[in-house]
Design a protein around this ligand. Sequence first.
Ligand code: MG
Length: 333
Amino acid sequence: MLGGMSGKHRMRPRKIAGERDLIAAIRKRAGQHADHLSRGILNLGIGDDCAVLRPRRGRDIVITTDLSLENVHFRRDWHSPQSAGHRCLARGLSDLAAMGARPEAAFLSLALPAELTGKWLAGFLEGFFALAEEHAVALAGGDMARSPLVVADIVLLGSTPQGRALLRSGAHAGDVLYVTGALGGSAAELDALAHRSGVFRSPGRAGHPHLFPQPRLAPGRKLLRLATAAIDVSDGLSTDLSHLCEESGLAAEVYRQDLPIDARATLEQALHGGEDYELLFTSSPETPVPAHLAGVAVHAIGRMKKKSKRPQVEMVDGSTRAPLAARGWEHFR
Ligand SMILES: [Mg+2]
């Protein structure tokens, strides 16, 4: 543990040479935004055997964990270390966004080959901390080990008002289905990376939906007042909508002409491409949902229905109707 990095671990693989220095450097980096620590639930961060959390009255703690594996979730020849660090944290933050949660603390366990502990690790941490600072989430602990491939395991803690976390199961028949931002951009950029096309050549982090996805935390918190159910689009619209239907015990229809498709993406990528990290949510037809939430566009794309003999999700295109099967995109296939 970084939040307990005192070398008392018995069951663990060989340590990285110079681990103490590395941890000291990470601790210093994490401490640079220590001001975030005092206003959250984190009472004690890196440097002791455990991190100490003090939940506040009237709030629930929500927790999510995500594994980022080299050659499964990223490739070192396609993703810069900054992108790998950003994406590792973005995946977990997006889960917090889907619950309407405020991020509180992150725990990062990282295993990597010895030759990557220099420049590559510095880039990874740069990407990680840039996003962490943007969303005021403190790195409160973790662990480090040597491994033939990079493995980054992240645990994120967030908080919501007590009993108010947004769930996948809260939708009602007749609710309107909405999505934030645009769909398919991440799959399109991944495709461009694979084919070395320069379509996504914008400088900086903006305009790179795959390399630097933006978790929708601020819109997610606004959904606490608006949404009946929510999920983040991590596996693709078709798959994530089927999860929402499943958990709410409903069916849904999606209107082809209302789908916000990234200008560089195909319909196929918008429907089944993964890792857009937009929010898919439902709201009562009586609830006025603004066209933008915290500066992010919101589009009504369909409607929730009672389950029937028809397919669980259908796409309506003019006068035609076709089943929309869940076939979320899989990594590097
Ligand atoms: Mg999720």
